[in-house]
Ligand binder design. Sequence first.
Ligand code: PGA
Length: 253
Amino acid sequence: MRKKIVAGNWKMNKNWAEAQQLAAAISEQLHTLAVDQNKEVVLCPPSPFLLTVKKATTHPQIKVGAQNCHQKDSGAFTGEVSAPMLQSLGMDYVILGHSERRAYFAEDNTSLKEKTDNALNNGLKVIFCCGEQLEQREASTHFDLVHRQLSEALFHLTAEQLQAVVIAYEPVWAIGTGKTASPEQAEEMHASIRQLLKEKYGEKTAEEMTILYGGSCKPHNAEAIFGQKNVDGGLIGGAALKVDSFLGIIEHL
Ligand code: PGA
């Protein structure tokens, strides 16, 4: 049975005290929900707060992840954070290829392939984001685009390596806009991603991969989206910044 995950991407929000409070409150309140072994909650705060968040969360089903890492282990890359650094902090995950990183920091499939390799080599699990812009959906090139993002950055991996990768489908037009993909639109893309994985890696690997939906996922629409056959949870932005809304999403996992 594949793992179900709700991951919170805090982006560049919160100060240190707020990050600590939010993490502690989520951890405490999670005990009121039945989160079984097959489910995970991942918190991805800004880098300076990673260790604080790790220490503030005692619930066994909470994991902590960074929002990015560099493709090299170390060196003269001012301002960057490396995978070995994250590993040394005991981090579990790193988000790679978020559309904001692609748009504002010129990340592309080539650099994301290197980042993925480096993260996996350093024992991190990867939440790998893909998704189309509105123009690509309107031009009906969204399936091709998403398939290319995945094949160029991930499909050199072995099936075993792929076990440490979670895919997050995030249509760019739905991120932070309040315009969610309909459950049917999400399912259609997730099913096509799983079919692609099946063609490349076989049925077993494809069935075991966790594929998350992201883009204006809120407590009121999470149930319908998570209810889709090929949707295994969500990558949450805005609604992950408040305990009530985040827990309100997790309860539908
Ligand atoms: P949103 O962000 O939930 O605020 O739309 C999702 C994301 O960027 O991962």
